[in-house]
Every structure is written in structure tokens, then in C-alpha cells.
Design a protein around this ligand. Structure first.
Ligand SMILES: [Fe+2]
Length: 304
């Protein structure tokens, strides 16, 4: 009797749907195969077969233009290593009293502010970040004059096992280009907790997911890398991460006319709260500016 109960529990835990996607292994396999058949293709990559070529041919030209321009971007090895150090929880270090480093400290602050899901870090490629003052507190000299919101280009840092809620990018057209590590992207039919899952794809460096208001606008992003020996539900226990480069253009920025930032629909996006399962609004902001992060990375590398 005891062994049956134990087996049942083990079987349940092996198949019980869990965050971030609440799917079984079997469903995961089915959704990965489903993503391979979606047309237009959910992922933009250098096609290696007629089938991939045909499915990517249906991707809108404005998206292909963004993807092509981003296709060569990667993080340098030293940048990856420096980000890893700044995310490191320090649990393996000799000196446990050492203050968490910049990116780990931002993760801790974000997890405390929003315990609904493990946090990721948004880095504004133009403008200012909410936590830039923390970078200065760590001695990383940063610009204080830039604006806080409205960057059409964002670098996102995804600590291993952390994820976004399901969200919609509304009216924007954009790309999610993987720069480092590995990311899983689940596409949904619409913005609702029970929405149909359209497919699950993995991005590796150079691969790109995309969206328009009509196609693939709703998704959830997860970093499936190793979360370390003692993760909690909100914070991992490793410096491992993935990074992605996001461009979101509003409708009036899609033509070849002059680019004029205006009332930006990318300033807000709608998402489904992980605990309440209700739709909410997220006013987009950046955690850090690229200038602050870049300075922190250089400062880390200078100590090597
Ligand atoms: Fe997104």
C-alpha cells in the first residue's frame, strides 16, 4: 500500500503541470511539434529546408527587416561572463557577508515588489532605468539626464528558470532576438489564462521570435537553463542566464517616414496575472539603462 502511494505521488509529480507553462511533458512534446508546423513560422532563422523557407516567406516584410538588421548581434564572451558575475547569488562564495552584486540586488528588489513570478531585467538601450541609482551606489558611473520611458529597443536579461507572465504586445510590431543562452517562447491564441497554446519554440543565439498585432502578439517567455542547487520559487541560485534583444515599433513607425516618438502603445502592455489569472496593465519601464549596465560590465571585467 505504502509503495503504491509513493509511486502514485511520484507519477503525479512527474506529470503535474507546473509553472511557467502548466503543461505535462507529453503536452510539451505536442506543442513543440505544433510550433514546427505553424505558418507563418513562429521563429525566424536561416532556413535549412524548403519547408522552413516557405513558412518564413509568409513573415511580414517589416518584421523580416527588423530581424535581418538584428541577425548579427550577439553578446561578447566577456559581456556574458560579466553579466553572470553581476547575477551571481554568491551562495557558493567564501564571504557570505558580501553584498549582492548589482543585477542580483535588482532581482531581489523586483521579487519583493512583485511576487507573482520570478523577475527578469529590462535594460533600456536608450533612456534611463529605474534602478540606475543602484548602479551609481555600486560605483558604476552613469548618466542621470535621460528619460525614463519609451525605449523602442530593450535588452532583456532572463535569469535561469525565471519567466514573464503571459502578455500581449497589443498594436506593436516587433522581434525577440536571442543574444545568449536559451529561451522558450509559448505563443497563445489570445490574452486569457485559458487561451489555446499555439506552439512552443526555443530560441538560441541568432534565432528570433516575432509579433504583429494580428499574429503571435500574445506570449510567455521562460529561461529553461539550470536554476542552481537551491532556488526558491522567486529567485534562482545561479548566475546563468539568457539575454534577448527586443524591438517594438508602433504602427506609425513601420513606414520609411521619419521616426517620431509620440504617444506610444508600447508604453503599456496587458498581461495575465500569474496568481489571480486576471488581465492587468503593465506600464513599461526599464530597470537599467544600457549605459549603466555597460559601465557595470566594464568595471567587473577590469577586476579580472
Ligand atoms: Fe514579450
Amino acid at each position: 500500500m505504502t509503495s503504491t502511494t509513493t509511486l502514485d505521488r511520484a507519477a503525479r509529480s512527474a506529470t503535474k503541470p507546473a509553472p511557467p507553462f502548466y503543461i505535462t511533458r507529453q503536452e510539451e512534446r505536442r506543442l513543440r511539434m505544433k510550433a514546427e508546423r505553424l505558418s507563418p513560422s513562429l521563429v525566424i532563422d536561416q532556413p535549412s529546408s524548403f519547408d522552413e523557407y516557405t513558412r518564413q516567406l509568409m513573415v511580414p516584410p517589416a518584421v523580416m527587416d527588423l530581424a535581418r538588421k538584428a541577425s548579427g548581434i550577439r553578446l561578447a564572451t566577456w559581456e556574458v561572463q560579466a553579466i553572470r558575475e553581476l547575477l551571481d547569488p554568491g551562495t557558493g562564495s567564501e564571504d557570505r557577508s558580501e553584498r549582492p552584486r548589482l543585477l542580483r540586488e535588482i532581482l531581489i528588489a523586483k521579487a519583493a515588489a512583485d511576487p507573482s513570478h520570478p523577475p527578469y531585467i529590462r535594460v533600456a538601450c536608450t533612456g534611463r532605468g529605474l534602478y540606475d541609482d543602484r548602479a551609481r551606489a555600486f560605483g558604476h558611473d552613469t548618466d542621470t539626464d535621460a528619460d525614463l520611458v519609451g525605449s523602442p529597443v530593450v535588452l532583456e536579461i532572463w535569469p535561469a528558470q525565471h519567466y514573464s507572465p503571459m502578455h500581449s504586445h497589443g498594436q506593436t510590431t516587433g522581434i525577440i532576438h536571442c543574444l545568449a543562452g536559451q529561451l522558450d517562447v509559448m505563443s497563445y491564441s489570445h490574452l486569457s489564462w485559458d487561451a489555446e497554446k499555439r506552439g512552443l519554440a526555443t530560441l538560441t543565439p541568432g534565432r528570433c521570435a516575432w509579433l504583429t498585432k494580428e499574429t503571435y502578439a500574445v506570449h510567455k517567455v521562460f529561461c529553461p537553463m539550470d536554476g542552481g542547487p537551491q532556488p526558491t520559487p522567486l529567485l534562482n541560485d545561479t548566475g546563468d542566464f539568457a539575454a534577448s534583444f527586443h524591438v517594438y515599433l508602433n504602427e506609425d513607425e513601420l513606414t520609411l517616414d521619419a521616426y517620431e516618438p509620440s504617444v506610444l502603445s508600447r508604453d503599456k502592455f496587458h498581461y495575465i496575472h500569474e496568481h489571480t489569472h486576471m488581465e492587468s496593465i503593465f506600464e513599461t519601464y526599464s530597470d537599467l539603462s544600457w549605459t549603466a549596465l555597460r559601465k557595470a560590465l566594464v568595471d567587473v571585467a577590469a577586476r579580472w
